[in-house]
Structures are given as C-alpha cells and as structure tokens.
Design a protein around this ligand. Structure first.
Ligand code: IPM
Ligand code: MG
Length: 379
C-alpha cells in the first residue's frame, strides 16, 4: 500500500496562488513518479481570508493546518489591506500559523546556482562556493513582544514595540542550528547586537552555553551590522548563521541577492512536533506577495518549488524525491529557462530564454521526467 501524506495548501494573496499552483504540480508529479499519494487540503489565509471571513486566519483553518503533515504556503498581503490603522492585517495569518503551531525555527538556505552568477549584482569571484543556511528564530522577539502599540502621550504620538526573548526560546533555535551545522561545514555564526540590546546579550550567553555540547563546531559571534557587510564581502565564509527573528528577516532578504533573486529562496519553518512521517513544518518562499505581478504569469515559482523540496525532505522523509526536485530545478536553469527576475541586467544572453511562471515549472517537470529515479538521490 502506498503512503498518503496530507498537505495543507495555503496560496494566500498576490502571486501566492500562482506559485503554489506550480509547486503543487511538481509535488503531484514526484508523488506519481515515486508511488505515493498526496491528499491536499485547501485553506484560506491572508487578505483573501479577511475578505471572506473578516479575519486573516480562522481558528478552524489553523486547526486544519495543524492536522496535516505539512503546509505549503504562498504569500500574504497586498495594497488592498495595507491601511496602517486596520485591526486585521493579512500578516496576522503568518504569525498565527508560526506561533500557533510552534514553528520556532525558520531555515533559509542560500546557494548560488552557477548558471545564475550573472544574475547577481555581486562580483562572480565572491559568489563561488556560497552555501549558507540562515536559521531564523521565528516565534518570539519583536514580532510577538507586547506591548506593541501606538499611544497618545503628552509629547504627541508615541509608539512602542517590545523585543522579548526567554532563554528557552533562544536555546531551542540555537541547538537546532548547531545540529544542522554538524551535517554541513561545522561552522556557526551567531548574529546579534550585544553592544546595544539586552536580548542580544542573553542570546550570546545561551550560545556560549550550548557550544559546550558541540565541541566539534566552530563558533563565531558577529554583530548584525558588520554581518550585513560580510554577507556581501565574503559570503562563502559563512556556513550556518543563527539569529533572532527580525535580524533573520532582514539578513535573509540581503542574502537573496547572492542567489540572483528573492524569487529563488525557499524556507522551512519547523518546530519540535513530529508526525508519523517526519517533522511537522510550514514551507514557503521567502518572497512576498508581489501584487503587481499577481495573476500575470510573471512570478518566479522556483522559491516555492524548492520549498516543496524541503517539505519532501523534512516533513515526509522523502530525501530522494527532494533531491530529484532540486536537481530538476538546477537542470531547468542549466537549460536556459529564466523568469524575468532571473535575467541578467542586460537582458537575455545566448542560450537563455525568458519564460513565465507556468513555463518555468514546465521546464522543471520536463527535467524531472527526463531524470531516472535513482537510489540514493542526487545529493
Ligand atoms: C518573511 C516576511 C514576513 C516576516 C512578513 C510578510 C511579515 O518578510 O517571511 O520574511 O517579516 O516574517
Ligand atoms: Mg522577510
């Protein structure tokens, strides 16, 4: 009997439906190829949920998502719901999913496909060998700290946000980063602002405590401002970066420049909970809803397709299928297919062809079909 996995699909807003549709096609194809079943559960979240139900995520949809083996999410948000005074905002869906399902660690791998070196504004020689993993703490820090509000005070309007971290919240993400480093180049860079912030000083202490259990892993503390500079000056030096929620948000967009486009980067949000198949997780591209591209066959689906590969690996225990999808993405790029965001600054050069969202996924599907299923996978 073939295995059946339950995956919640949450397309969301903007280009979310465009890219989730394509990643679903890839997952269905790989399921066919490897003889397993996917039972899809369609859920509404973000601006579309505000329009339909008045909230960014209904409690029953959160529960349904949590009942699955994994979640595939597109993006949420858009100008329609951007009123700064609004009580309900699409992003609340993300925070409800991340926080509500205790998905405390967000993994954002950054590699540079050789064929995309020309698409990055960073010099070629700096990009060679880039292979880093950002582990972003995802369910605390300023995103969840209270109070967070606007106040009327004697001096006029004031606003307050709260950066909060408990040692347990720090420790679980840091431990995961060290564990992941063991499967890689055994280097952890912990990023903080310990010269200014109390939460960063606690972060640093916890990293020092955790490192005692990982004597084989090299550790460096880096202040976030200089880290931002080093990410461009010597990106190949980094292996695993571990950092708090907002620093991770900012540094991962910066790191996307190395990969040629924000549209390339996948992510996995994981917690402690395991299903019978693997670790429960939420998978989404790191890009946003890009409303101006929505529904126009312009978005790059590769970040979501690569997120689907992470889903196969982490939540379904299907390493072979994950590696096959990653290899098919690489083959599609080698074959010259490029969505607009991936074209070199001067436009398509020899051998490159500009394609839309669906044709890009078609190129991945064709590469997948052409590759033999191999025992052990491609990497
Ligand atoms: C991300 C996004 C979100 C975040 C936004 C949409 C709230 O930028 O996933 O990186 O800041 O976490
Ligand atoms: Mg972000």
């Amino acid at each position: 009997m073939s295995a059946t996995y339950r995956i919640a699909a949450i397309p969301g807003d903007g280009v979310g439906p465009d890219v989730v549709r394509e990643a679903r096609r890839v997952l269905d194809a790989v399921a066919d190829r490897d003889g397993f079943e996917i039972a899809w559960r369609d859920l509404t979240a973000g601006g579309v949920a505000i329009d339909a139900h008045g909230v960014a995520l209904r409690p029953e949809d959160l529960e349904a998502a949590g009942d699955c083996d994994a979640i595939l999410l597109g993006a949420v948000g858009g100008p329609k719901w951007d009123d700064p005074d609004a009580k309900v905002r699409p992003e609340q869906a993300l925070f409800a999913l991340r926080g509500g399902l205790e998905l405390f660690a967000n993994l954002r791998p950054v590699t540079v496909h050789p064929a995309l070196i020309a698409s990055s504004p960073v010099r070629r020689e700096l990009l060679e060998g880039v292979d880093l993993l950002i582990v972003r703490e995802l369910t605390s820090g300023v995103y969840f700290g209270r109070p967070s509000e606007l106040r009327q005070a004697a001096e006029g309007r004031v606003a307050v946000d709260t950066v909060w971290y408990s040692e347990a919240e720090i420790r679980r993400s840091v431990v995961l980063a060290f564990e992941l480093a063991r499967g890689r180049r055994r280097k952890v860079t912990s990023v903080d602002k310990a010269n200014v912030m109390a939460t960063s000083r606690l972060w640093r202490k916890v990293v020092e405590e955790v490192r005692a259990d990982f004597p084989d892993v090299e550790v460096r503390h880096q202040l976030v401002d200089s880290c931002a500079m080093l990410l461009i000056r010597q990106p190949a030096e980094f292996d695993v970066l571990v950092t708090e929620n907002m620093f991770g948000d900012i540094l991962s967009d910066e790191a996307a420049v190395l990969a040629g486009s924000l549209g390339m980067l996948p992510s996995a949000s994981l917690g402690e909970r395991r299903t019978e198949h693997g670790r429960f997780g939420l998978y989404e591209p790191i890009h946003g809803s890009a409303p101006t591209l929505a529904g126009r066959d312009l978005a790059n689906p590769l970040g979501t397709i690569l997120s689907a590969a992470m889903l196969l690996r982490w939540s379904l225990g299907r390493e072979d299928a994950a590696a096959a999808v990653e290899a098919a993405v690489a083959a599609a790029l080698d074959g010259g297919a490029r969505t607009a965001d991936l074209l070199p600054a001067g436009g398509p050069t020899d051998g490159l062809r500009e394609v839309g969202t669906t044709a890009m996924a078609d190129a991945v599907l064709a590469a997948l079909a052409a590759a033999q299923p191999v025992a052990g996978g491609a990497r």
